[in-house]
Design a protein around this ligand. Structure first.
Ligand code: FPP
Length: 228
C-alpha cells in the first residue's frame, strides 16, 4: 500500500508490548523475548520504510522501566546499543534516526554513557537520510515531557499556549501521530506521546510484538487509509 499521495507524511507509533509473554510461551527467558523484539523492530522498520511511512516512533524504554530486574534492564540497554548500531541497514533504507526522552544532562537521567554515545552516533550517521524518520523513545515518559515543555514555555515569559507547549516538546518537529499500534492485547496508552496522539487512530492487536508481521502491519495501516 503506497502512501506517496498523502498531503503529509504518515506517522505511525508503536507500543512494543508482549516480549516477556512471547518468551514464556516458548519456555524461554524474558531476555530472549526482548532480543526477538529488537530483531522484529528491525524488520518493521524495513517494512514501514517500504510502505512510505514518513515517521515511525517506537517506545523503546520508559521512565518506569528502570525498576525491572537489573539483568533485564542491562539486556534491554544492550539491545538499544544494537539497534542504534544498525547504521548500515538504516542507511540502506534511507532511515534517519531520532531520539526522544529525558535529556542526558537533566537531573535524574540514568542513561549510561555507552547508550548515550550509541544514540548520538546513530543520529549523526543517519542525519543525511531523507526517507523515514525512526524515533526511539528511550527513558521516555509523556507526562515528564509535557511538564518540562510547560516549564520551558513559562520560562520564556509568554502565555503558556498550545503553540508554546508544542514548541518545547522533546522533538518539536515531530508531526501528530496518525496511527498508534499496541501489541499483545493490552488496551492502554502507558504514558506514551499523550500530546501527539490527540487525534490518532488506535489499533490494539492480540499479537505479541515479536510476532507482528507485514500482514498485521498493513492491516493496521489500512485503518488510516490515504486520507488521514
Ligand atoms: C514490552 O515487553 C517491551 C519493553 C519493555 C520495551 C520494548 C523493548 C523491546 C522491543 C526490546 C528491545 C527494543 C529496542 C527498541 C532496542 P514486556 O517485557 O512488557 O512484555 P510482557 O508484557 O509480555 O511481560
Amino acid at each position: 500500500m503506497g502512501q506517496t499521495d498523502r498531503a503529509r507524511p504518515l506517522h505511525v507509533a508503536c507500543i512494543m508490548d508482549g516480549n516477556g509473554r512471547w518468551a514464556r510461551r516458548r519456555g524461554l527467558p524474558r531476555t530472549a523475548g526482548h532480543t526477538a523484539g529488537e530483531e522484529n523492530l528491525a524488520e518493521i522498520v524495513r517494512i514501514a520504510a517500504k510502505r512510505d511511512v514518513g515517521w515511525l516512533t517506537v517506545f523503546g524504554f520508559s521512565t518506569e522501566n528502570w525498576v525491572r530486574p537489573k539483568a533485564e534492564v542491562r539486556h534491554i540497554l544492550g539491545l538499544h546499543r544494537r539497534l542504534f548500531g544498525r547504521i548500515e541497514e538504516l542507511n540502506e533504507h534511507n532511515v534517519r534516526v531520532q531520539w526522544i526522552g529525558r535529556p542526558f544532562d537533566e537531573p535524574g537521567s540514568r542513561t549510561p554513557v555507552a547508550v548515550q554515545r550509541a544514540i548520538r552516533q546513530a543520529i549523526a550517521d543517519t542525519a543525511h537520510n531523507d526517507g523515514m524518520t525512526l524515533t526511539v523513545a528511550f527513558d521516555y515518559g509523556s507526562r515528564a515531557e509535557l511538564a518540562r515543555a510547560a516549564a520551558l514555555a513559562r520560562r520564556d515569559g509568554a502565555a503558556v499556549s498550545e503553540g508554546a507547549v508544542a514548541s518545547h516538546l522533546y522533538d518539536p518537529s515531530m508531526p501528530d501521530v496518525d496511527l498508534l499500534i499496541r501489541t499483545s492485547g493490552e488496551s492502554r496508552i502507558s504514558n506514551f506521546l499523550l500530546w501527539q496522539i490527540a487525534g490518532t487512530q488506535v489499533c490494539f492487536t492480540e499479537r505479541s510484538w515479536p510476532d507482528l508481521d507485514a500482514a498485521e502491519f498493513d492491516a493496521a495501516l489500512a485503518l488510516v487509509g490515504d486520507g488521514a
